[in-house]
Design a binder for this molecule. Structure first.
Ligand code: IVH
Length: 707
């Protein structure tokens, strides 16, 4: 019997939940540019998943986030696709190009001991190149005979988006290489990899501008750089001021036998190579480098999040080789997120769009990662109780990948002179635990708060009458991914709300030119623009409208799936838990939320008003409808790189023809839709289970009924 297969249910659940959470976090980070986890949290969870998978190799899954890099491909997502012909995403998105060499990630550690262990396992006398780890997004630049021909994002590591027009706007990237030192023409093809960055100053300028336009802010320079590089408008990209550092050279016929020398050649060719790159000999040298840059990096004009260590000698690199995800010849030491100690002056409470009441720490202002911090989240009641945090305490505040800083702990040493006397409570009161109570009523509307069993959050149940919930719902409804109504930012909504003109989402469609134009800050032109945008919103597809309604836990993807199963709101209104939970990714809780939403009279009233105003309550897109049942009952795995359509397009085709796209190969798999460069592990598994590998062309013939 296989000793390893003894995974118990709790561990299995943990492992599967981690895979799902990390997959979603990757999507949020790379595609939506809206990280949900800090880098540190992500890395810790990934480590735990690695541990579980190592202990239970029978749970191996090539699709696990431990086995591949996160994907940032702009998959013409949400665009429906024609099965016949090769029309791709209606001209949107970028050309996708297969990487000549896979674009891998780096293994990383937050512990200097682990870095020392890594160095300890290398051959003695090895030279280690230390570099700064720039916090942007990676780019692969192709030069053919000295001329820049392609610029690919990392994508899913196998293929990337060609963003060359945007890259050409970055002045520090040469379009043509100068022939100094090594003759470029002798080399033929060379690929340079590096990081695209938005310097701090440009980031702040951009966010200020967005604030004044009432557009959502970027959480950090990395997100801003990533959002910028994927714009379809190179003129706008040029205005934002991206920059770049290059750190890796690839090709068949390269100059020099060490990484360091290659970077020096690249510098001569005109590439931006950082002066901080240094060849180190031994542990002490490396630790000195880390200690120096841990401080000095704060004076750099761009964001860095660690140090990268690379074996210098290329032959030694080749000997060490690669894992599925990263080179064994390199590792990143990541700086812990910056923390500051400051005084918690008061705890206030903020009510969000869904009624969740979040405790907010009002702090003595403190400088953190380049900005002044005065407010931070205290998460929920349990967090405050567990850490026994009270007003007056000295607390640690941290800024992770998110824009909202958080409290991560308090100064526990009662003897420490930084802890104020007022925060040191007598033992008796600690025993009685009388120090902290979460409010019983909503700080905004006075309704009695409720706490659903199993949830950490307290909620205000007064959905229809609680101002921040109403305003939050309107903000969500008009947001870009929902009805995309321009001109209705937070301040304008506040203004119209306070005048009683905009109390719920249906009121948007009753606004008149005069209602808006007579507001002091707005005027005729704004009113016209807003109303035009409101008119346009009536064309927005049903799936987005469903997302816009703001049903609890029904995010963009879930809304799409529900809208596909229920092509109009009348059918959805009568859906049962069973029908809803039969949809991929819709669990019991989401199903209950949907049903609860439609049981609420004021929601039904709003829906009727929206319908009367002309908002789409049914699917118009005939392409979303079922096209055939040719793949009915089939479980299909997609693997490799494709030429005619993107992976997402194939997924949509499978679903449109009644099939199911599944992540991993098992006995139940009907066939694998296999593109180029299919992973060897997947291929082996399919072969060992006798599962057919179907080529792209065969598949297209099958769904087009030409087989
Ligand atoms: S080397 C095979 N060097 O960090 C070698 N990467 O977490 C791969 N990064 O995807 C990368 N600064 O986008 C390397 N000096 C540096 C870097 C660096 C930033 C990024 C890069 C990579 C990510 C991995």
């Amino acid at each position: 019997m296989d000793l390893f297969s003894q995974i118990n249910n709790t561990e299995r659940e943990e492992l599967l939940a981690l895979r799902k959470e990390l997959q979603e976090a990757n999507y949020k980070y790379y595609v939506e540019n809206a990280p949900t986890l800090s880098d540190y949290e992500f890395d810790q969870k990934l480590k735990r998943l690695e541990q579980l998978e190592q202990a239970h190799p029978d749970m191996y899954d090539p699709n696990s986030p431990t086995q591949h890099v996160g994907s940032d491909l702009i998959e013409t997502k949400g665009e429906m696709l024609k099965v016949k012909g090769t029309e791709k995403g209606k001209g949107k998105g970028f050309e996708q190009v297969a990487h000549k060499y896979p674009m891998l990630s780096l293994s990383n550690s937050y512990s200097r001991e682990e870095i020392a262990d890594w160095i300890g396992k290398l051959p003695t006398d090895v030279e280690i190149v230390c570099e700064l780890k720039y916090d942007g997004l990676s780019i692969s630049l192709w030069y053919e005979n000295g001329v820049l021909t392609k610029a690919l994002t990392r994508g899913d590591g196998v293929k990337g988006d060609n963003v060359i027009d945007n890259i050409r706007t970055i002045a520090s990237i040469p379009q043509r290489l100068s022939d100094i030192g090594y003759r470029v023409s002798d080399i033929g093809f060379v690929e340079l990899r590096g990081e695209i960055l938005l310097p701090w100053a440009a980031f702040e300028r951009l966010n200020k501008e967005r604030e004044s336009q009432e557009e959502p802010l970027f959480a950090n320079p990395r997100n801003a750089a990533s959002g910028t590089l994927k714009l379809q408008d190179a003129n706008e990209v040029a205005k934002r001021g991206l920059d770049c550092y290059l750190y890796y050279m690839l090709g068949d016929n390269l100059p020099a036998d060490t990484h360091y020398e290659r970077l020096q050649v690249a510098k001569q060719w005109g590439f931006p190579i950082s002066d901080s790159v240094k060849v180190c000999h031994g542990l002490e040298d490396v630790m000195e480098y880390i200690a120096y840059w841990d401080i000095e990096r704060k004076n750099l004009p761009v964001a860095t999040d660690g140090i990268v260590l690379k074996v210098n000698n290329i032959a030694q690199q080749e000997e060490l080789g690669y894992t599925a995800k990263s080179p064994r010849w390199a590792i990143a030491y990541k700086f812990p997120a910056e923390k500051q100690l400051t005084r918690l002056n008061a705890i206030t409470y903020q009510v969000g769009r869904t009624g969740v009441v979040t405790p907010v720490a009002n702090l003595e202002p403190v400088q953190l990662s380049g900005t002044m911090v005065q407010r931070a989240t205290l998460h929920n009641e349990d967090f405050i109780r567990q850490l026994d945090i009270r007003e007056g305490d000295m607390v640690w505040v941290e800024k992770g990948g998110e824009i909202i800083p958080k409290i991560v702990g308090k100064e526990t040493d009662a003897l420490s002179d930084i802890r104020p006397l007022s925060a040191v409570r007598p033992l008796a009161s600690e025993l009685l635990d009388t120090g902290y109570f979460f409010p019983k009523v909503c700080p905004e509307c006075g309704a009695k708060l409720v706490r659903v069993e199993g949830e950490a959050a307290w909620r205000c149940p007064n959905e229809a009458g609680c101002p921040p919930q109403q305003k939050g719902k309107i903000e969500h409804f008009v947001s870009r991914k929902a009805l995309n109504i321009e001109g209705l930012g937070t301040e304008t909504i506040d203004l119209l709300y306070s005048q009683g003109l905009l109390k719920n989402i249906a009121d948007i469609y009753d606004l008149t030119q005069d209602d808006i134009a007579r507001q002091e800050r707005l005027g005729d032109k704004s009113a016209q623009n807003i109303l035009q945008s409101v008119e346009k919103s009536k064309q927005v597809a049903w799936a987005k409208v469903l997302f816009a309604l703001g049903i609890r836990m029904v995010g963009e993807t879930t809304a799409k799936k529900i809208a596909k199963r229920f092509p109009n709101i009348d059918q959805l209104q009568w859906a049962t838990v069973e029908q809803l939970t039969s949809i991929d990714d819709v669990g019991e809780q989401i199903a209950k939320n949907v049903i609860e939403y439609f049981n609420n009279m004021s929601n039904l009233e709003i829906i009727n008003r929206l319908r009367e105003a002309g908002v789409q309550m049914e699917s118009k897109d005939e392409e979303t409808a079922q096209q055939s049942d040719r793949l009915q009952g089939k479980s299909i795995v997609i693997s490799g790189v494709f030429t005619h359509h993107s992976r997402d397009e194939y997924k949509a085709m499978i679903e449109a023809n009644g099939g199911k796209n599944v992540g991993s190969i098992s006995k139940k798999t009907s066939f694998v839709l296999a593109g180029e460069n299919m992973g060897p592990e997947k291929r082996k598994k399919a072969e060992s289970l006798g599962i057919t590998l179907m080529s792209e062309d065969e598949f297209l013939r099958l769904v087009n009924n030409e087989a």
